[in-house]
Design a protein around this ligand. Structure first.
Ligand code: ADP
Ligand code: MG
Length: 236
């Protein structure tokens, strides 16, 4: 209890002292839970990349984020770390249902995100699952209702929203749209709009994209509320 109150306080002030200079920021100096810090240490992540340094403090304060950063800049941890922290501070348990939803354009990318989550989330007790098709719908249906964190591809997710009894997203705290430009390039615009219509509005949303096209801006307008804009360019 005490640890959580302290973390919340430090997260609120962190942005003020960290500023936007180019100084290195070590993960251990961020207001993160012991569990997350240990997960990061185990995986030998020591220092934030630029997108992580900018996005994590905003994420911890539950701001909506429109993030523009090139491939390889470290976006996965930029959203997974605050996602874990938000659920931890909410004392999320199995009974609370789905707390965080990550949407990725392809199965391969979804699996990569899952692996990073598995590594840095080892010390947490949340349940996490992949919803990417390829297996029987029925298998997924049985597991999906017990998950706290889901990583999914758009088509399969919408299929479950329409067809899986008891799949309830009403309690969702965090939505992540990863590689939004690729999601749209692959023709998922209507699918993603339909998914968003099924979600509660009180959630926090983070949209990451390598490029800022017109269709990404449209999706941002539809899915984000008063977002902070975070950009990282080539020199990172
Ligand atoms: P993006 O999603 O922006 O393309 P990733 O999140 O996949 O980038 O990260 C790219 C690579 O950088 C991965 O191999 C990842 O392990 C590594 N990486 C990410 N953040 C850090 C960090 N803070 N310290 C060291 N390596 C990192
Ligand atoms: Mg990525």
């Amino acid at each position: 209890e005490k640890e959580i109150a302290k973390l919340e306080q430090r997260a609120a002030t962190y942005q003020l002292v960290s500023g936007s200079d180019r100084q290195a920021v070590l993960f251990e100096t961020l207001p993160l839970s012991k569990r997350t810090r240990e997960g990061l240490q185990k995986a030998k992540y020591l220092e934030c990349t630029e997108i992580q340094r900018k996005a994590i403090p905003l994420g911890l304060r539950r701001r909506d984020i429109l993030g523009a950063a090139i491939t390889g800049s470290g976006k996965t941890l930029a959203f997974l770390i605050p996602l874990l922290e938000i659920l931890y501070r909410e004392r999320w348990t199995t009974e609370d249902g789905l707390g965080a939803l990550i949407i990725s354009p392809t199965r391969e990318l979804a699996v990569q995100i899952f692996e990073v989550l598995h590594t840095i989330g080892k010390r947490h007790t949340f349940s996490a699952g992949l919803i990417i098709g390829g297996k029987s719908l029925k298998d997924e249906q049985e597991r999906i209702c017990r998950m706290n964190i889901l990583i999914s591809t758009p088509g399969r997710l919408l299929q479950h929203m329409n067809q899986t009894p008891g799949f309830d997203c009403n309690n969702l705290q965090v939505l992540v749209l990863d590689e939004a430009d690729r999601i749209l390039d692959m023709g998922f615009k209507r699918t993603i709009n339909a998914v968003i219509e099924n979600l509660n509005r009180e959630r926090t949303t983070w949209l990451f994209s390598a490029t800022q096209t017109k269709s990404v801006k449209d999706l941002a307008r539809l899915s984000l509320r008063n977002p902070e804009y975070v950009a990282v360019h080539d020199q990172a």
